[in-house]
Design a protein around this ligand. Structure first.
Ligand code: FES
Ligand SMILES: [Fe+2]
Length: 459
């Protein structure tokens, strides 16, 4: 018996003939307002994008032990991400197979099994139905696999980042990530033990389409304007414009920072070349916050010459790594976009901590993580709010039905400005919208392709 069940799409009239002319809605230099406002397009995205390609689900450090679980979503599907008794990571549908209620109502925990709150059906954390109350009331065989929980058929990790897809045609995760994996490596390898663990999160919900957040993820054009008050706050005590994102203030395209598109909707903005390459170069960008000078003095007295390279571990890594459709590694955060409806989205900023690999000592790791929490509070509270205000105002602007287009042509048509590299990646100045034009090609490809999707159940 096959354990894979092919699934159809919820809107059968999408089959065969396209519901929309995607080539009209997304053109090289512009996108139509409908892709942000139309509930039918959103519904199609929930299978063709969220499900049709690799989507970030969770981090392995959130379920470190066997039988640990957390509840998450893949598009609108509620999931339980679990490490089963054999250590295998699974993404179970958090939906009882009896009458469909949410099976697990906790955010996280440790359990070998899940008991449905409605009528008490009990499932092992492998997804298999373990038992039902008063089974003599059923004439048929309750061991039929159709009663086992649905699961995401393909779940793979890259260096602790767990992704899932329902698509049987998606490339293996590592091939899908391609060159963006190298930048993820660099993001991790600067930390002791070459890893981070996830801690708690800043959580936002905004009234706008999820793609507006992804369109912003590599946008270097808005910073000096949208985040003006943040830039001013960061530099209030600095005496010069040297803190935070101050390199965006004047002619940002003449700075050594750049954006690169790496394929499959993924891109990154690399601001690291703007930094002074010395221990403490990153720490020097951090704006003033209470207590930091005491930590700094303490580190210098305890670690001497090593102090500044340790303090750099508390500084926000100046790179935005965006993995389509829902993940951004931004500073030291793991940021996740969760669509709620066509005009509502969650943006969750998971903080990360470093671990003790023996090179620093437990006290030093604790102090770096304490500082790291302070530096990670900055952007979500003082920067993300600026971006969210813009997303909500765009959603409002897009209600003007006759004015149909949004433009993304900055950098397009200027000779030698946008460069295609030998490996196929595309590089452009930091303020260009090349990243957006390219991720919309991937969006359109996925929307135009009839996906080959399946769910799986334990046999
Ligand atoms: S809905 Fe779960 S046991 Fe009835
Ligand atoms: Fe921003």
């Amino acid at each position: 018996m096959t354990s894979l069940e092919e699934i159809g799409e919820p809107r059968p009239h999408l089959r065969g003939t396209p519901l929309y002319d995607w080539d009209y809605l997304v053109q090289e230099d512009r996108a139509h307002r409908l892709i942000y406002t139309d509930p039918a397009i959103f519904e199609a995205e929930m299978t063709r994008i969220f499900g049709g390609t690799w989507t970030y689900l969770a981090h392995e450090s959130e379920i470190p032990n066997v039988n640990d679980f957390i509840t998450r979503r893949l598009g609108l599907r509620p999931l339980i991400i679990v490490r089963d008794a054999e250590g295998k990571i699974r993404a179970l549908y958090n939906r009882c197979t009896h009458r469909g209620t949410t099976l697990c109502r906790f955010d996280k925990g440790n359990s070998k099994s899940f008991q449905c709150p409605y009528h008490g059906w009990n499932f092992l954390n492998t997804g298999r139905l373990r038992g039902v109350p008063w089974p003599d009331g059923y004439a048929g065989d309750m061991r039929d696999p159709k009663y086992n929980l649905a699961q995401v058929p393909r779940v793979e990790s890259y260096r602790g980042l767990i992704f899932g897809t329902l698509s049987l045609d998606s490339l293996p995760l590592i091939e899908h990530l391609g060159p963006i994996a190298t930048v993820i490596d660099e993001w991790l390898d600067r930390n002791p033990g070459s890893k981070v663990v996830v801690c708690e999160a800043n959580r936002f919900r905004f009234k706008a389409n999820w793609k507006l957040a992804y369109d912003n993820s590599c946008d270097g054009y808005h910073v000096a304007y949208s985040h003006r008050s943040l830039l001013e706050t960061e530099n209030r005590f600095a005496g010069e414009n040297a803190k935070g994102m101050a390199y965006y203030r004047n002619s940002p395209d003449t700075q050594p920072m750049y954006m690169r598109y790496t394929g499959h909707g993924n891109h990154y903005k690399d601001k690291r070349p703007n930094l002074e390459k010395r221990p403490g170069g990153l720490w020097a960008l951090e704006s003033a916050h209470p207590g930091m000078e005491h930590y700094e003095a303490d580190f210098i007295s305890r670690y001497g010459d090593r102090a500044f390279s340790l303090l750099d571990l508390a500084g926000s890594e100046p790179v935005n790594i965006n993995v389509f459709p829902n993940l951004s590694l931004l500073g030291n955060h793991i940021q996740v976009f969760e669509p709620v409806s066509v005009e509502e989205t969650n943006a969750i900023w998971y903080g990360t901590m470093i671990v003790d690999d023996g090179s620093i000592g437990a006290d030093g790791v604790r102090d770096i993580n304490a500082l790291r929490m302070r530096t990670q509070e900055g952007f979500p509270n003082f920067g993300e709010v600026d971006d969210i205000a813009n997303f909500e105002q765009i959603q409002r602007g897009l209600l003007a039905v006759e004015d149909e287009w949004v433009y993304m042509h900055r950098g397009l048509g200027i000779p030698n400005r946008v460069k295609t590299n030998a490996d196929g990646t595309i590089t452009a100045p930091a303020t260009d919208e090349a990243f957006m034009r390219e991720h919309f090609k991937e969006w359109k490809r996925l929307m135009q392709t009839r996906p080959n999707l399946a769910i799986r159940r334990e046999p």
